[in-house]
Design a protein around this ligand. Structure first.
Ligand SMILES: [Mn+2]
Length: 317
């Protein structure tokens, strides 16, 4: 796979590096990590980096690439294989297209090469591993981006997805000279205001019969504290993690832009992906999400999560 990947890269003078919309640290990290490494190694090629930006952009700016250029380029898409996660322009115009991803979904994008590794902690780990296999130099800025992708998707090496290979790859990134404290301060230092919001959020977490923790973040809550939907949905869900009595936690957040409710489901031990999929969602086995239109449906999700716990605990566990 790695050989084929670099054969394709070798063939093109023009390469576009893309990833999913509303990027998380892994999407950015794998993208910038690969981009910097390719720029370093192939100085004669035109390498472009494209996409939208958000408040997690600790990385850099993006290029505007014409359709004419895209049509003669190799397009590399990272951290997703689903059209709905992408800007149309990024999967529509290309000469050849490569997908690199660690999710379980099946692609609905036409492609020439699909590099999939569901055992990789992150797409950043996949990219770093391929660069190492190819004996490519990983510059400091590339290593920094890849490291940020890995810690993003592993929760700083705490999740089950962390493997010996994750640490192997990370040790190589450290050899490139990254400064852990500098990176961690950049990403994880909180403001006083954020900390207060977290406390308000946590105070009203509720529990189901089976101890599924959940929070319904209504339009009023978001408006009252002038919050960002993505922050509430994706960052605050972690406030319910790491609690002994709570096997599953769910965060429901009203999204005024799409007029629906974003559902984030998490668990240490249970495969909540089954429930997310039932409602048209996806993601990882124990960290996934879906969108629904009514608060009644969020209650149905909670019932399904209780049922999941009941079934699993009457079974082999
Ligand atoms: Mn990822």
């Amino acid at each position: 796979m790695t050989e084929k990947f670099f054969e394709l890269i070798n063939k093109y003078d023009s390469i576009v590096v893309a990833r999913h919309k509303n990027p998380d640290l892994d999407a950015y990290g794998s993208q910038f990590g690969l981009y910097y490494a390719l720029k370093e190694r192939y100085k004669e090629k035109n390498i472009y980096i494209v996409g939208d930006t958000n408040n997690l952009n600790y990385f850099g700016d993006f290029d505007e690439v014409s359709i004419e250029t895209r049509n003669k380029s190799l397009v590399i898409i990272l951290d997703t294989v689903a059209k709905q996660m992408l800007r149309e322009v990024d999967y529509r115009y290309y000469k050849e297209l490569v997908l690199v991803d660690h999710h379980r979904n099946d692609p609905d994008i036409d492609h020439d090469l699909y590099i999939r590794d569901i055992n990789a902690s992150s797409t950043a780990e996949m990219v770093a591993h391929m660069l190492l296999e190819k004996n490519m130099t990983i510059s400091l800025e590339s290593a920094k981006a890849l490291y940020m992708g890995i810690i993003g998707d592993t929760g700083r090496f705490r999740f089950n997805s962390t493997t010996a290979r994750t640490f192997y790859v990370t040790s190589k990134l450290m050899e490139a000279g990254i400064n852990l404290q500098e990176i961690h301060d950049l990403i994880y230092l909180e403001t006083f205001e954020d900390k207060k919001i977290k406390s308000i959020f946590f105070e009203s977490v509720e529990l189901t019969d089976k101890n599924v923790a959940y929070r319904k973040n209504t339009e009023d809550f978001i408006k009252q504290y002038h919050l960002d939907t993505h922050f509430v949905s994706r960052a605050l869900v972690g406030q319910m993690a790491g609690i002994k009595e709570i096997p599953i936690w769910a965060n429901f957040t009203y999204d005024s832009e799409e007029d629906n409710i974003k559902c984030e489901l998490r668990s240490r031990d249970y495969e909540v992906l089954k429930v997310a999929k039932k409602y048209g969602g996806g993601g990882h086995l124990r960290a996934c999400g879906c969108s629904v239109n009514t608060w009644e449906e969020t209650d149905m999700i909670l019932k399904d999560l209780d049922l999941l716990l009941e079934e699993e605990n009457n079974g082999t566990r």
